[in-house]
Design a protein around this ligand. Sequence first.
Ligand code: NAP
Ligand code: 8YV
Length: 309
Amino acid sequence: MNANVLKIARLPDMLTERLFADFAVLDSDEQGSGLGEGAAHIRALVANGESKVTRELLARLPALKIIVVFGVGYDGVDVAAARERGIAVTHTPDVLTDDVADFAMALLLGIARGTAPADRFVRQGRWADGPIAFTRKVSGARLGIIGLGRIGRAIARRAEGFGMSIAYSGRTRQAVEYAWYADVRQLAAQVDFLVVAVGGGAQTLHLVDAQVLAALGPQGYLINVGRGSVVDEAALAQALVTRQLAGAALDVFEDEPRPHPGLLGLDNVLLTPHMASATWATRRAMADLTLANLSAFFDGQPLPTPIPG
Ligand code: NAP
Ligand code: 8YV
């Protein structure tokens, strides 16, 4: 039987095994390398949140009817090209919200309280030489959130527990008590910690630029759990080197898996490898939802979680 599902992304083994057990799958890359004549039979494509699903790839797949994304963010998918062809797109919202919000707080606390350097301090035997430097208080501080969506709101709820004041920016004002700023620069000027919880794509490209970082200022911290493309990483490295920004904690980067080289030698950054949703429980739930979307498509049932619009 010809394979009719194309997998173009690295996925957890627990999902890959179930995919290959239950469907006729071809493993490839984002260019569709080695597809050959098999391309004509592909009806479903499985990608992840980091995948680039280009117009060129779609053009090579004449029978394609659905793109199933293992992740909530689908900024790498050329949605306009998919819609022109009537190709459905699904993703995995909600099931990862808590983990990503938890991780945003872990990054915020980690960079402010210096947990990574403190760990090195103890391991390197430097404790005996004197006390470690004081760090930044989080409780009661001012938090700004770019993108008060599912994840942004979950971050805000957690921050309330830390007695933080909360403000946000987004395209629309929401029915919440938090202060709204239409302009990200104005938001940055009012807060101590600025968390990016917005998705990627052309509309948010470099929303956090040199001016926003300058507004956040030498006492300010940037945390990014949204997408790397939202932050001008070269400007960020420059602001950190010159101490025009106090610190940054980043889970996502402009050119993954290669953080800007200027960030790697700095002691005022905390860097993690795009892992905010990577707990066993959440990755299982994401895998279940990915397979549920794929099964619904092949069974002719309504798709559980199509992208909006
Ligand atoms: P969501 O519910 O759709 O929230 C996105 C929010 O962004 C919305 O509130 C939207 O509000 C706001 N927004 C859109 N365009 C904006 C703009 N130009 N300026 C400011 N705000 C804007 O999505 P979610 O489930 O919270 O996920 C958000 C993103 O988190 C995903 O797209 C993904 O990139 C990222 N993510 C990362 C990880 C990780 O591992 N680090 C894991 C999961 C998700 P308005 O429409 O009012 O503007
Ligand atoms: C995942 C993500 O790391 O959901 C998203 O948008 O970025 C993350 O949850 C990713 O999709 C899995 O590769």
